[in-house]
Write a protein that binds this ligand. Structure first.
Ligand code: GLU
Length: 440
């Protein structure tokens, strides 16, 4: 049974980078008919906020990425304490007392001597009396004692990985104030919840190395790991600082359609072309984690707009009927309205401008040399309602009366009626016009 999880910390809104992780884990679970868990990594009581929990759920719901159950790490503190005891009993857990400043100094010294900044395990040499004395001053933190072997795994994206455990510091799993840290909580959860596949960002590769040893020390089964590359901006620049403006709620507010975002994220950085999918089922069927490459993936939020437009073009009226009704378009015009605007919008909210134009008429767009022509032509246009043949009948009469033809006939009339250079077929526009277009 395939079990995956998306494990955000509810300390902020989720952004496109998080989405990549969520989507890959979701797709793997759904493709295998398995379980997808939403796990809230909320062991940090100061930074974790309920409003972010709600926001994460709302964002995933907007995208249709449904989860089978929610787990909260703050509900599982007893399990982490038990796992800590197990590691202590196995001789793999030790208490250390260095302050952040002391650790920083050690690292600087090591770097000055050309050595890697790996924790020197000084705490292992403390006597019980020394520990008691230190404990009286400050809470000790707890480190996992790595076995200095090579840690190896076949990564689903990066290929074979081999890391020398001696080049990694023994990870701190419990802080001096007793707070359980992500590395321990995550491993205990993955083991207890039978997680079979973990996909996360490549910033977690070193964590994975240490987590593999912790899982083994706890007697758990090591899941399959895959680390996707980090997203960069369009020029390859780091995106980390801009991710705040690439939150899913910002994209939603800009009118990006869920399927446009999902279609892009399910293919970006893979050898498969980006194509708009109409449904999650289509995305699930076409997903293959093995097609993703290790190099950084360029992301440009502008790409989401042509995809959104592409998605909207193919939508049936039912999919947009509520939006159209909300604009005040009468029911009997809804179908004609949608057929006219679907190819002339980028985001749904662009429909509003078209409806205003049809309902109230436009401020005409007119070149000076066309003023008399437009005035003459508009004199020949009756009041609405207009029919399917209004445009052809009217322009034929105007052609006859003025001698204009082709572009010099049609373009000035289009610009005068719609106030725009481009747009839908005028034959389709006329029946939607609720008022007679103004000639000035
Ligand atoms: N809370 C962790 C993060 O957001 C989860 C990482 C993981 O998937 O294990 O980075």
């Amino acid at each position: 049974m395939t079990v995956t999880r998306f494990a955000p910390s509810p300390t902020g809104f989720i952004h496109v980078g998080n989405l990549r992780t969520a989507l890959f884990n979701y797709l793997i679970a759904r493709k295998a008919g398995g379980t997808f868990i939403l796990r809230l990594d909320d062991t940090d009581p100061e930074r974790s906020k309920q409003e972010y929990v709600d926001a994460i759920k709302e964002d995933l719901e907007w995208l249709g990425l449904t989860w089978d159950r929610v787990e909260r790490q703050s509900d599982r503190l007893d399990r982490y304490a038990a796992a800590a005891d197990q590691l202590r009993d196995a001789g793999r857990f030790y208490e250390a007392f260095e302050t952040p400043t002391e650790l920083d100094l050690k690292r600087k010294k090591q770097l000055n001597m050309g050595k890697p900044p790996v924790y020197d395990r000084a705490a292992l040499t403390l006597s019980d009396a020394e520990k008691d004395a230190l404990r009286a001053e400050r809470g000790g933190h707890w480190r996992f004692k790595l076995n200095h072997d090579r840690i190896e795994w076949a990564d689903g994206i990066l290929g074979d990985i081999s890391i020398d455990a001696a080049s990694v510091s023994d990870p701190v799993l419990i802080r001096g104030d007793g707070q359980v840290l992500y590395t321990l909580a995550s491993v205990v959860d993955d083991t207890d919840m039978g997680v079979t596949h973990v996909v996360r960002g490549s910033d977690h590769v070193t964590n994975t190395a240490t987590q593999i040893q912790i899982i083994q020390a706890l007697g758990g089964t090591v899941p399959a790991f895959a680390h996707h590359s980090l997203l960069t901006g369009p020029q390859g620049e780091a995106l980390s600082k801009r991710l705040g403006t690439l939150s899913l709620r910002d994209l939603r507010a800009q009118g990006v359609e869920p399927m446009a975002l999902l279609s892009l994220m399910a293919r970006l950085g893979s050898s498969q072309p980006v194509e708009i999918c109409q449904s999650l089922d289509e995305l699930i069927a076409g997903f293959d984690i093995g097609q993703f490459g290790a190099s950084p993936t360029k992301f440009d939020s502008e790409d989401l707009f042509p995809l959104t437009a592409r998605y909207l073009i193919d939508q049936p009226l039912e999919a947009v009927a509520d939006d159209i009704a909300a604009l005040g378009v009468p029911d009997d015009l809804a179908s004609a309205f949608w057929n006219v605007v679907r190819e002339n919008i980028t985001v749904k909210s662009d429909m509003a401008g078209w409806w205003t134009l049809f309902r109230d008429g436009a401020t005409p767009l007119m070149d000076d040399e066309d003023r008399d022509f437009i005035a003459q032509a508009f004199d020949m246009l009756p009041d609405p309602p207009y029919a399917d043949d209004t445009w052809s009948t009217w322009t034929a009469a105007v052609k006859e009366a003025t001698g204009r033809k082709g572009k010099t006939l049609f373009m000035p009339l289009r610009k005068a009626v719609t106030g725009r250079q481009r747009g839908p077929e005028m034959a389709d526009v006329m029946p939607l016009m609720q008022v007679k277009p103004r000639a000035q």
